[in-house]
Design a protein around this ligand. Structure first.
Ligand SMILES: [Zn+2]
Length: 348
C-alpha cells in the first residue's frame, strides 16, 4: 500500500513537458538540477557504526566519492559538492549549511546501519518526518547522537538532546516543503538498490534526522546496509560492491534529474492573458505536510491555499487551472513566493 502511495506521489510530482501551439509567443526558461551535495556520514573522531576494525565513516566516504565521480563523468555541468572528501570531522549542522549556502538542488546523506540484532539486514532510505515505528527511532537516535561529539552542541541545536524522546517535539512544528520530492528521490534509490549487491529492501521511511532538518532542498539519508550483519558487512567493505552500490544511487539520480529538469514557458507581453476564472484539475503545489494547517497559516504567505490528502500527508496548492499550460503560465508568479512550487493534478 505504501508503495502504491509513493508511486502515485512520484507520478504526481513529475514536472510536465510543455506542448502546444502558443509556444512562439512565450519565453523559454530552463529549470535544471544543477547542484548536488553528497554527504559521507561521520568522519574524523566520529567513526560512526563500528564492527571490529570496520568503520562506517570509511564505507560512507568511499561510496560518496564513487557516486560523485559517476555524476561528474555523466553530467559535467552538474556541480558536485562533498560535505567531506577526506577523513575529517564535520558537524551535522554544518553539513546542511554547506548545501544551503551552495543552493543545492538535492542532498544525499550516506550512512551504514548497526543494531544489536545481527540478523537485521538490508537497505533503507529516509526522508525527514514523523514515523511511529520505534525501530526507526532507535536508528535515528543513534545517528543523531553524534552531535554530542561536537563542541557546543547544545547551542547549535537549540538545546536538542538526541537521547530524550521529548526533544523530538521540536520537529513536529516542521513544515517540510520538500517532502514530496524527497520521497520521489528516496523511492528511486530504493528501487534501484534492488539490483543488489545488498539484498532486502526495507523501504522508504521517515525519521527526524538532524542532518536533514536544516536542509532547504529535497534531502534523503540512505542507510546502505547493516555493518552488524555478517553478509551485509562483507558486501559493504568490498570495493567492487561499493562501486555497484554507488552505481545504483547514480541511476536513481539520473531518473530524478530527468524528471526534475524541465522547460518553463513564460508568457511574453503580447501573449493572451490566462483565463481568470478557469476551473479544472490542475494546481500549483507549494507545500506538503503531515499536518492539517489552518487557512491563515503563515506558511501560506497570504496565498489562498487549498489542500488534498495524499497518503499520510496533505498537499497544499494554489490556483485552479483546466490545463497544464494555464498552470505553467501561473507557475513563475507562484515561484516568486515559493521557489520550489510545482504543478500537480488535483483530481487524482
Ligand atoms: Zn551513520
Amino acid at each position: 500500500m505504501r508503495h502504491l502511495i509513493l508511486i502515485l506521489m512520484l507520478s504526481a510530482c513529475l514536472l510536465p513537458a510543455v506542448s502546444g501551439t502558443s509556444l512562439s509567443a512565450q519565453n523559454r526558461q530552463v529549470v535544471e538540477l544543477k547542484t548536488v551535495v553528497i554527504d559521507a556520514g561521520h568522519g574524523g573522531h566520529d567513526p560512526g557504526a563500528t564492527y571490529g576494525k570496520t568503520y562506517e565513516k570509511n564505507i560512507t566516504l568511499s561510496v560518496a566519492k564513487r557516486l560523485g565521480d559517476l555524476i561528474k563523468r555523466s553530467y559535467p555541468s552538474v556541480k558536485v559538492i562533498y560535505t567531506r572528501s577526506d577523513d575529517s570531522f564535520v558537524e551535522l549542522y554544518r553539513r546542511a549549511d554547506i548545501a544551503n549556502k551552495n543552493n543545492a538542488d538535492l542532498f544525499i546523506s550516506i550512512h551504514v546501519n548497526s543494531v544489536n540484532d545481527r540478523s537485521a539486514r538490508g537497505h533503507e532510505t529516509y526522508v525527514m518526518g514523523q514515523d511511529k515505528n520505534s525501530d526507526n527511532f532507535e536508528i535515528c537516535r543513534t545517528e543523531n547522537s553524534v552531535i554530542v561529539l561536537e563542541d557546543d552542541y547544545t547551542s547549535n541545536y537549540q538545546g536538542f538532546d538526541p537521547d530524550n524522546p521529548e526533544s523530538y517535539i521540536i520537529f513536529s512544528l516542521l513544515q517540510n516543503a520538500h517532502l514530496e520530492q524527497s520521497l520521489d528521490f528516496a523511492t528511486l534509490v530504493q528501487k534501484n538498490a534492488d539490483a543488489g549487491p545488498i539484498a532486502n529492501n526495507r523501504g522508504v521511511k521517515q525519521a527526524n534526522f538532524i542532518v536533514l532538518w536544516k536542509c532547504t532542498m529535497p534531502a534523503v539519508l540512505i542507510e546502505l546496509g547493516f555493518i552488524s550483519n555478517p553478509n551485509d558487512m562483507k558486501v559493504l567493505t568490498d570495493k567492487n560492491s561499493q562501486q555497484r552500490i554507488a552505481t545504483n544511487i547514480f541511476k536513481a539520480f539520473q531518473a530524478y534529474k530527468k524528471s526534475y529538469d524541465t522547460d518553463i514557458y513564460l508568457p511574453s507581453s503580447d501573449a493572451p492573458a490566462p483565463a481568470q476564472q478557469a476551473t479544472g484539475n490542475f494546481g500549483i503545489q507549494i507545500l506538503a505536510s503531515p499536518y492539517l494547517l489552518p487557512k491563515d497559516a503563515k506558511e501560506f504567505k497570504g496565498w489562498n491555499c487549498r489542500h488534498i490528502r495524499s497518503g499520510k500527508n496533505y498537499k497544499y496548492y494554489v490556483g485552479q487551472y483546466s490545463t497544464r499550460e494555464e498552470a505553467l503560465k501561473a507557475l513563475p508568479g507562484v515561484r516568486n513566493s515559493f521557489p520550489e512550487a510545482f504543478i500537480i493534478k488535483t483530481d487524482q
